[in-house]
Design a binder for this molecule. Structure first.
Ligand SMILES: *Cc1c(COP(=O)(O)O)cnc(C)c1O
Length: 354
């Protein structure tokens, strides 16, 4: 049986998606050719990427005349600089909620003035800043919806009069939001959408009017939009598997359905973290992420025993990020509820036998 996979990224994917993907690597579309050895401009692959792009907008409930979905290269990390290269003309505002926000800030500084509108750095990033005002004289406001490493998540987004740009790498397609509030959303595929190798960008077409700088072709949103996300060879395998995962989600009932499942999983695990006297959660309760739950053992002497127990229970990937320590259970869309139950069972067993 497959392990209970709480990996923070690359993430667990649905079994049926993995099966279809492995079939396609050998024989795609019953055409006796592999998916990864045919032209990306052949009709079978163009159909895949177009289906993927249209599913993205449908699942996010975005109008396809207003927004464009792109599958790009370079991970979310390339978006840190691409956003600024295209849209930072004078100054931009950033919310600093953790490692990934800090990296986005570092890159953006190369292109103009940067205002850190608020930061939770002084609280070791264990909460989301709340009382701040977004300036009105900035080119855009950038935030990170879910902080994969620390386990915090923005439950509300500020009302802004400037373009709103969001790194949704680790919670895209996990919960209902009014996505039309955002002017640009990006996400590395490997957290909640597919395998590593492609990056989803959803951009409001209107935002392109704000570009004043000459941008190299590969880093220009305009180029990729004009070429239907085919300016150069896309990561065909990653785009295919992402499209299969989006199809899987669509058939299940889309974001409204999966949000209910995700909430159930998070409630189950946080319930145990709060109930079990051996454990404590790392972050402020109201800012807890439904995707990445971070927690520690109160008594580190139990660490060895606990580690042996969860490994014995076929659990994978709950060690905390190397910069934080402790534990992190990532409960992305494809993780079944019974896997969370398996972890909870181990936590209770530890309490009984400690
Ligand atoms: C993982 C992650 C990134 C970096 O993604 P890459 O695709 O590896 O560049 C950026 N932002 C967030 C929120 C992440 O979780």
């Amino acid at each position: 049986m497959k392990k209970h996979n709480f990996s923070a990224g690359p993430c667990i994917l649905p079994e049926e998606v993995l099966q279809k993907a492995s079939d396609a690597v050998v024989n795609f579309n019953n055409d006796n050719l592999s998916l990864i050895e045919i032209s990306h401009r052949s009709k079978p692959f163009v159909d895949v990427i177009e289906r993927g792009r249209s599913l993205v907008l449908e699942l996010l409930n975005l109008n396809k005349t207003e927004y464009t979905a792109l599958f790009l290269h370079g991970g979310a990390s390339t978006q840190f600089l691409m956003v600024a290269y295209n849209f930072l003309n004078k100054k931009a505002g950033y919310l600093n909620t953790g490692t990934w926000s800090s990296k986005a800030i570092k890159e953006a500084k190369l292109f103009g003035e940067l205002i850190e509108v608020a930061s939770s750095k002084d609280n070791s990033f264990n909460s989301i800043p709340k009382d701040y005002t977004v300036p009105t004289d900035i080119d855009y406001f950038h935030c990170t919806s879910n902080n994969t490493i620390y386990g915090t998540q923005m439950k509300a987004f500020p009302e802004v009069k400037v373009p709103l740009i969001c790194d949704m790498s680790s919670d895209i397609f996990s919960r209902e939001l009014n996505f039309s509030k955002f002017d640009l959303i990006y996400a590395g595929a490997q957290k909640n959408m597919g395998p590593a190798g492609t990056t989803l960008v959803v951009v409001k077409n209107e935002l392109l009017n704000n570009i004043t700088r000459e941008v190299p072709s590969m880093l220009s949103y305009k180029t990729h939009i004009e070429r239907d996300s085919m300016f150069n060879t896309p990561s065909v395998f990653s785009v295919y598997v992402s499209t299969l995962t989006l199809e899987w989600l669509h058939e299940l009932g889309g974001i409204p359905f999966i949000e209910k499942v995700n909430t159930k999983k998070a409630d189950l695990l946080y319930g145990e973290i709060d109930r079990n006297p051996l454990f404590k959660g790392n972050v402020v309760t109201k800012d807890r992420s439904i995707m990445n739950a971070t927690f520690t053992l109160n008594n580190t002497d139990l660490q060895e025993k606990f580690n042996a127990m969860w490994k014995e229970a076929d659990i994978n990937g709950i060690n905390g990020h190397r910069s934080v320590g402790g534990y992190r259970a990532s409960m992305y869309n494809a993780l079944p509820l019974y896997s969370v139950q398996a972890l909870v069972d181990v936590m209770q067993e530890l309490e009984r036998t400690a």
